[in-house]
Design a protein around this ligand. Sequence first.
Ligand SMILES: [Zn+2]
Length: 125
Amino acid sequence: MKHLLDNVSGTTTALWNAVNKIYGNNTYSITVSGSGKVFLERGFTTEIIAEGNERIQTVLRKLINHTRIDTDQCPRCGLPQMDPKRRRNALSRVGNVYVCETCGMDEALRAVNGLTVPADKWPIK
Ligand SMILES: [Zn+2]
């Protein structure tokens, strides 16, 4: 295993560690194929996000830079109460987007009564 990890550059590793701190461990994983190709994948899926150190570093830098912009404001209520660790927020019932904890609870309660607010009515005032 050690010889495979040698294909991952130090810069890639450092950026990946930073991304792990923000998004949580294993939200993004780095794998090395038998032929030594480096891949950035989403979680434990085999969904490849980027291939090769250079492209992976570009994606990782974007993830790091986008964190504050993406997570500060909840897309559903517009309030700046998103957890910087994306996965600690609630996954919305209307789509593949994270909302704040309060909205997650609100969605759950509304869903029980069939009163889900569709995403095109966001942000809710
Ligand atoms: Zn919210």
